[in-house]
Design a protein around this ligand. Sequence first.
Ligand code: MF3
Ligand code: CO
Ligand code: CO
Length: 312
Amino acid sequence: MFSNYALRIAHYALKFKEMLRNMKRNDPCWCGSGKKYKKCHADFDARIDEMKFVKAHNQIRPPKRLINNAADIEGIKRAAVINTGALDLMNELVREGVDTLTLNDAAHEFITSHGAHPSCLGFEGFPKSICISVNNVVCHGIPSRKEILKSGDILNIDITTDLDGYFADASRMYTVGEISAEAQRLIDTTREIMEVGIAAAQPWHFVGDIGAACGKLAHENGYSVVTDLGGHGVGKKFHLEPFVSHDCRANTGMLLVPGIVLTVEPMINAGRKEVTVDDKDNWTVRTADGSLSAQWEKTILITETGAQVLAS
Ligand code: MF3
Ligand code: CO
Ligand code: CO
């Protein structure tokens, strides 16, 4: 008797939800595409509704504000073109004897002369236009006239560009002169770790799959993964949900659905995973044990078939 009654309530609840949805089928879609709801995200919503979200696994339904429409994707791509140009320019400039403020100023000039803004500048008080993180610096290194590149250095340059309200975020590793085989292996493996993370970013699967793939490859190579910082949603803001861990369990965290844009940006240490924040500048993140660290970052779009790289 009781279960019959419960079933009936569930049935009516479902009917009511359907009614609500049906009434809106000819309305403009919530994503802002201008198309009718029924021709746009109606099936998408139904698919999410059908999925089971298991609290025990900390699985999260994506909020609508994280779903980017075609115009949003074009906006992010336009910002990405300039961002990519700035990262390419660094290839020409990174060499022995150059100070990192010179690199910062060149990137700043490139981005602003293309009508865009270097998003790091002034972000939560960050004092320069890009992040440059050398050797044992994990991320958020502040460019400085006093920091002069020398042969054997490895560095991450992380650039974010915003244009017309859209953000593109990517970083790459650069090398100076002759570097050690050990440093080269760290750089190459970290890039592979980012790529397996991107390959694991599949629609209708979970964001935790990214970290599960990254973590596995990192540990197989004897490296540790920084977990105090991670990737993030990006697009209409610099930093959005979800937090993207690079070492976690599969099938956890936010459901990845078409239209979500996020970064995959593993920070991989040759030694231990612990990091410290500089207590004078409050930005520079270093490995606690002084070991080398590497990072690569791409901005990706979740599509119906997988991940599409928007910025790299
Ligand atoms: N670009 C970094 C990221 O990948 C963030 C840098 S924030 C700054 O998320 F303030 F340090 F610039
Ligand atoms: Co970045
Ligand atoms: Co980022």
